[in-house]
Structure formats: structure tokens, C-alpha cells
Design a protein around this ligand. Structure first.
Ligand SMILES: *Cc1c(COP(=O)(O)O)cnc(C)c1O
Ligand code: SF4
Length: 437
């Protein structure tokens, strides 16, 4: 094992537990057992003291939204300047969490409404979100599912998981399963092995993904035993959640290397957080560093409208400004897609700077990142598509395969579907028509 147990780790570890050695620090179960779960321990370990009044308020917030930080993640906090520290802000309770704005919601993405069976959200046609764990290594202060965090750290029973598996088995349009939670990598190896084996026994599953923050907050969980188990379950993708360059350490790099070495494609989902990473330079450097560690930046999320997150939220302008500073300026594969997850449950909506300046009969006018304005001459011939793939020379159609049109597609294609407009329900004008009807 790489010798990364430096003096700082040792001093830090000894405050938590006397005479601890290398093996304990590297043991993910030790890290979890010794996680900082109250303000007193935090003060002691970090070596700070909050003012009495502030402490009382912090305690009030912690009673609503519990606290849990692994010793490893806490050891990354810059003690001298802890209030400004991105690790501190993401993991230690803040009094602002008690503020609830009137537009904030407990379940802003309506994940519970789009849940056909408990523990599963089915929103998109061909893929689902499957919550297989209640536990998290660190409780992120910016968590969308904040209200649920710490509810129960128990493992969902096999019976509960079976219900989700049955739903997937009975819905052949599902080809992609995204395992989430909680953190799926906090499950015991053999339990996760069982879930993955069950999923792969379903013939229509083409891909499985795991969403986990373990490489960031508990990198020692990525053991040789774990990766040897995971590699039996290809094609398996992992998306992790780095938000700041400070989180890229020797330990986290080591965890990423182990996952990549067994052939797992790695992605990253960041959340745009005020005072943490709401800066083009921070996001650029983070994503360049991730790419250098074989992690492909996937999404940059606008902060959701969950309760108690107002202090973290930025404007959407800030996100667009950041993407403007990335596209063209750095490697294409180091640029995540900036998305707003639609309040009410519409799913992820990409938001981009505008690159199309104008459009003529046979040409499109575009601009690049430097401000160059260019014209692209389009072909005169147009290949009309009805989206009825039978008989199409492109050779996609398989016998009996159907391609239903969804949303804007209905307006785009000349098909048997003769929709000419998509009209929201409940407008006065439409109600009047119905009444006349
Ligand atoms: C994000 C998400 C997915 C996966 O979406 P991709 O864009 O394919 O990564 C699936 N289901 C739900 C409910 C989601 O929120
Ligand atoms: S670019 Fe602006 S926000 Fe980013 S580090 Fe520099 S001063 Fe701060």
C-alpha cells in the first residue's frame, strides 16, 4: 500500500483515538465507526471552539439535519481558515440550514411522486434510479435528499430490494439501472454482489451504473476485494461526486486508479455551490484534474430547491458563465454538461451559452469561444424523416421495433402522428374550448 499516512493524519487520528496506527486509518470501517457526529467532537478534533451562542444555533440545525464526517474527510479541512474551507462548508452543519424559503421543497424533484414502488424512481423511458442504501459516509450539507439523510442507517432488506427487482423485471423498456441511495458502496461487498448478480440476470438490462461519493469522502472503501467483485459485473459505470480540487488527494487518486484499472468507466457529477466552487477557474481546474485521473466530467448541477440550501444556491447565470469559460478553452472531455433538474420532476434540463447567432435559408451563423463569427453553408437536399424506421435504408429497423415520439419530437417529424402543437393543460383559453365543446 502506498505510504500516504503522513504526520498530519497521525496527529489527527490520535485526537480521535489513542495509539491508532496505519491499519486503522486505512480501514474504512474504522473511519465510519469513528466518524464525527457531534459538535463537541468536531471542536476537539479540529482544535477550535465555537462561541456559546453560535454553538446552540449549530446544535439546533444539527438536530434537524444530522452531522457525520469521516476522519479522513475532516483531516482535509484547513484549520487556520476553516470557515472559508470548501471541505468544512460541504460537511459541517451551518446555521443557515434552518432558513426555509417559501419556494423550497422537501422533495423538489418529485422523486416520490414518480416512484412506482418504494425505493425506485422511474422518470425517463429507458432508465431508472434505484435506491439500494440508506447510509452515507459523509452527510453532504448540500444534499438534495437532505430530509431523508440519517433517517435510518440500516440496510434495506432483501425483501425490499426484491420488490424493485421485480418492477425492473416486469418493465422490459428499462435498459439502464442507476444505483443510488444513500451510497451503494456502503453496502457490504456480498450484498452488493447479490444485487448486481440479480440485475444481470434480467435479460433487458444493458448497463448498470453506481452513483457514489465514497472515492471523495471515504477513499479507503475502494479495497482490492471490492474492485475484484465489481469487475465481475461489467458493463458497470461509476459516477462520483467531486466538487473541489482540494478533494483530489493521494488517497482519492488511489481509489480512482483502482476503479479505472479494473475497467470501470468513471464519471463525475458536481454541484455548483456558492462560496465553494462557483468560479470558472475552480471548476476548470477540478475537471482538468479529474480527466487526468481518468474521470470524465459528466454533469454540473444547478443547486436544487431543497429546503435549507439557500446559502449554497447561485444564479443560473453563474453556471452559464462558467460553461462559457470552459468550452473551447479546455479539452472537450473536461467540460461537464450544466443542467437544472426541473422542480416538480421534469428531469435534467441542459443550459448552455448561445452559439447559434442566426439562421438563413441555406446557412447558419455561429460564433466560437473567441468571438469568431462564421457562416456554415448547409446542403440544399434535405432528408425528410418520418421516424417510421421500417424500410429505411439506414438499416436500423428491427422487426416489430416501435419508435414512439415523445414531446418536441412530435413537432419535428412528419409522421403518422399529426400533432402540430403541444398545449399546456388548464389555460383559460383551452378550458373555454372544452366548455364550448
Ligand atoms: C438523473 C436521473 C437519471 C439518469 O439520467 P441520465 O441523464 O441518463 O444520467 C435517471 N432517473 C432519474 C430519476 C434521474 O434523476
Ligand atoms: S476567479 Fe474569482 S471567484 Fe475564482 S478564485 Fe479567482 S477571484 Fe475567486
Amino acid at each position: 500500500m502506498e505510504k500516504i499516512f503522513d504526520k498530519k493524519h497521525k496527529d489527527f487520528a490520535e485526537k480521535i483515538s489513542k495509539n491508532i496506527g496505519l491499519e486503522e486509518w486505512y480501514d474504512w470501517k474504522w473511519q465510519l465507526k469513528n466518524s464525527i457526529r457531534d459538535i463537541d467532537t468536531f471542536e476537539e478534533v479540529i482544535g477550535i471552539k465555537f462561541h456559546e451562542d453560535e454553538k446552540a444555533e449549530l446544535q439546533e440545525a444539527a438536530d434537524v439535519f444530522p452531522l457525520s464526517i469521516t476522519p479522513y474527510y475532516a483531516s482535509l479541512i484547513d484549520v487556520k481558515n476553516f470557515r472559508e474551507d470548501p471541505i468544512f462548508k460541504q460537511s459541517f452543519v451551518g446555521v443557515e440550514e434552518l432558513i426555509t424559503e417559501n419556494f423550497e421543497m422537501a422533495d423538489p424533484l418529485a422523486e416520490d411522486k414518480d416512484s412506482p414502488v418504494p425505493g425506485l424512481t422511474h422518470r425517463y423511458p429507458d432508465r431508472i434510479l434505484f435506491y439500494i442504501s440508506h447510509a452515507c459516509a459523509v452527510y453532504c450539507r448540500h444534499c438534495t435528499r437532505k430530509r431523508k439523510v440519517g433517517d435510518t442507517d440500516s440496510i434495506p432488506s432483501k425483501k425490499q430490494i426484491e420488490k424493485g427487482l421485480d418492477y425492473i423485471r416486469n418493465n422490459p423498456q428499462i435498459r439502464d439501472v442507476l444505483l443510488s441511495g444513500g451510497d451503494p458502496l456502503l453496502l457490504p461487498d456480498d450484498y452488493l454482489d447479490w444485487i448486481l448478480t440479480e440485475l444481470w440476470s434480467i435479460p433487458h438490462i444493458e448497463v448498470i451504473r453506481i452513483g457514489t461519493r465514497v472515492p471523495v469522502v471515504l477513499p479507503y472503501r475502494i479495497t482490492d476485494e471490492l474492485v475484484n467483485m465489481l469487475k465481475k459485473h461489467h458493463p458497470l459505470w461509476i459516477n462520483t461526486h467531486f466538487n473541489h480540487i482540494k478533494e483530489i488527494t493521494k488517497s482519492s487518486k488511489n481509489a480512482l486508479r483502482k476503479l479505472a484499472d479494473v475497467g470501470i468507466p468513471l464519471g463525475n457529477q458536481s454541484v455548483l455551490l456558492r462560496g465553494v466552487n462557483d468560479c470558472p477557474n475552480v471548476i476548470k481546474k477540478l475537471n482538468q484534474k479529474l480527466a487526468a485521473n481518468r474521470v470524465r466530467p459528466y454533469y454540473l448541477f444547478q443547486c436544487d430547491l431543497s429546503e435549507g440550501l439557500s446559502h449554497f444556491r447561485t444564479s443560473v447565470r453563474k453556471g452559464v458563465e462558467i460553461i462559457e469559460s470552459l468550452i473551447g478553452h479546455t479539452s472537450g472531455f473536461a467540460v461537464p454538461r450544466y443542467v437544472v433538474d426541473a422542480p416538480g420532476g421534469g428531469g435534467k434540463i441542459p443550459v448552455m451559452p448561445n452559439y447559434v447567432i442566426s439562421w438563413g435559408t441555406d446557412r447558419v451563423i455561429l460564433r466560437n469561444y473567441e468571438g469568431v463569427i462564421t457562416t456554415y453553408k448547409e446542403p440544399e437536399h434535405q432528408d425528410d424523416c418520418s421516424k417510421d424506421c421500417t424500410g429505411c435504408e439506414r438499416g436500423l429497423a428491427e422487426e416489430g421495433e416501435e419508435h414512439d415520439l415523445v414531446g418536441i419530437e412530435k413537432l419535428l417529424f412528419n409522421s403518422a402522428d399529426d400533432t402540430i402543437s403541444l398545449v399546456p393543460q388548464g389555460t383559460e383559453r383551452i378550458d373555454k374550448r372544452d366548455n364550448n365543446g
